[in-house]
Design a protein around this ligand. Structure first.
Ligand code: LLP
Length: 432
């Protein structure tokens, strides 16, 4: 019935998540509030981990892409579920370390890591640093030398696959701020630089072809392109690349009409393609990594708001205003992202009203969804926006000095706070 198995409707006609009544949660914790189902997050983690075991003989690791939603509890869960972590800033490294996440299972991405971030990663023992440009290679080499360590690095490659337009033409992706292009020769050039650089060990390659992808073919194709490059590296330089990180990007359900592919259905053909390419090119089968973010946490949370004004503009539209908006969910204003919206306290009623859900910010574009069907709502109702678990809290802001919402996790029907609601005091804590 819903976008995730963790959602249901109880005998009161209220929306539930992980068995907990969302209307009770809104009353107890206030709104806006983001509520996750912990069991469902863990199930997703296990589905990914198990599929590597099943289809790739366990020769791999799943990294949770913490940019989707990072906090201490989420890092603890990823660790307990035997995953590594994709981190993309000093702040994400710090959060993970605070949560007790082992540094050696962190993979540090980013197209412009600062000197301080690289130092921090090296000193903390972050497992792999994914270099994005030759400048970074040089900085890492110099810093590693002064601290007397050898840094294990990957190179981020642009495999030339645009997963969103079904365009596999290799020139299609040169225009990206991330990584090294294959077709211009810059990738091979940097491999050669890396082979000569002191205190660095090039052991892996990485690529990431996009996000919210529902097709299998681009992932398979990326695997093949990367394996071909691994073979080219071996032939030209003698370097044997042992690890291959194929990134994240697996699509989830925002709308009933979205049809995500089961993760196993990616992993099976991708594994086959990588193994077959290894044989074809005479290179070892690499240790493989994947980096799901959205597909771990995205569909397993809802945001609850309280309805304020309902403004009917005859022959134009009806605006339903809520007590949050672009500050806790900037994805509509940024990408016009689709969401399913419903009235949590009338979840068993027909959706007979077409409305535009508006946030509270001083900005006309501050909308959560336009022309969406919901139950007939009025002031005081609780509105639930589904699938807000990825890139919502992590991209939240304090525009208009609106405090960020609280974040809860429900486990076996019981809710607990994992991030406190910000206070007005928090709004001025760095002001002088
Ligand atoms: N690995 C790398 C190197 C990435 O850049 C990303 C996402 C991931 C893994 C995880 O991708 P996922 O499995 O979550 O699709 N803010 C946008 C999404 C940006 C994705 C950035 N990179 C949104 O709200 O849709």
């Amino acid at each position: 019935m819903f976008v995730s198995d963790c959602l249901n409707v109880n005998e009161k006609g209220h929306l539930t998540i992980g068995g907990a009544d969302t209307v009770d949660i809104a009353e107890k914790y206030g709104t806006p509030v983001i509520v996750y189902d912990e069991n469902q997050i863990r199930k997703n983690c296990r589905a990914f981990v198990n599929s590597i075991n099943e289809y790739y003989d366990g020769k791999g690791r799943v990294l949770y892409a913490s940019k989707a939603f990072s906090c201490l509890e989420m890092c603890r869960i990823a660790n307990e579920e035997n995953m590594g972590l994709d981190v993309v800033s000093g702040g994400e490294i710090y959060t993970a370390l605070k949560a007790g996440f082992p540094a050696e299972k962190m993979y540090f991405h980013g197209n412009n890591k600062s000197l301080d971030e690289i130092k921090y990663a090296l000193e903390s023992g972050v497992g792999r640093i994914v270099i994005d440009n030759p400048e970074e290679l040089q900085t890492i080499s110099e810093l590693a030398k002064t601290t007397g360590i050898t840094a294990n690095i990957y190179m981020r490659i642009k495999p030339g696959i645009d997963a969103h337009t079904h365009n596999f033409i290799r020139t299609g992706q040169i225009d990206s701020k991330f990584g090294f292009a294959l077709e211009t020769g810059e990738a091979m050039e940097c491999v050669k630089l890396a082979s000569k650089a002191e205190n660095v060990n090039l052991i892996g390659l990485h690529c990431h072809i996009g996000s919210q992808i529902f097709d299998i073919a681009p992932f398979v194709h990326a695997g093949e392109v990367m394996m071909k490059f691994i073979a080219d590296i071996k032939n030209e330089t003698g370097i044997v690349i042992e690890e291959l990180d194929l990134g994240g990007g697996f699509g989830i359900k925002y709308l009933e009409s979205d049809k995500p592919v089961k993760f196993e259905d990616y992993m099976d053909p991708v594994s086959k393609a990588v193994k077959e390419s290894a044989e074809k090119y005479g290179v070892p089968v690499p240790f493989i990594l994947i980096e799901p973010g959205r597909s771990i946490a995205g569909a397993e949370a809802v945001t609850l708001y309280t309805v304020g004004a309902v403004k009917k503009i005859p022959d134009v539209r009806t605006y339903v205003s809520v007590d949050g908006g672009m500050t806790d969910n900037p994805r509509y204003i940024l990408y016009q992202s689709s969401y399913t919206v419903l009235c949590a306290n009338k979840a068993d009623k027909p959706r007979d009203m077409t409305v535009t859900v508006a946030g509270k910010c001083c900005e006309s574009g501050d909308l959560i969804q336009e022309n969406t069907d919901i139950q007939t709502v009025e002031k005081g109702d609780i509105l639930a926006v589904l699938s807000t678990g990825a890139y919502n809290y992590s991209m939240a802001s304090n525009y208009n000095r609106v405090p960020r919402p609280a974040v809860l996790m429900v486990k076996d029907g019981k809710a607990r706070t994992v991030i406190n609601r910000e206070t007005y005091e928090d709004m001025v804590k760095n002001d002088i």
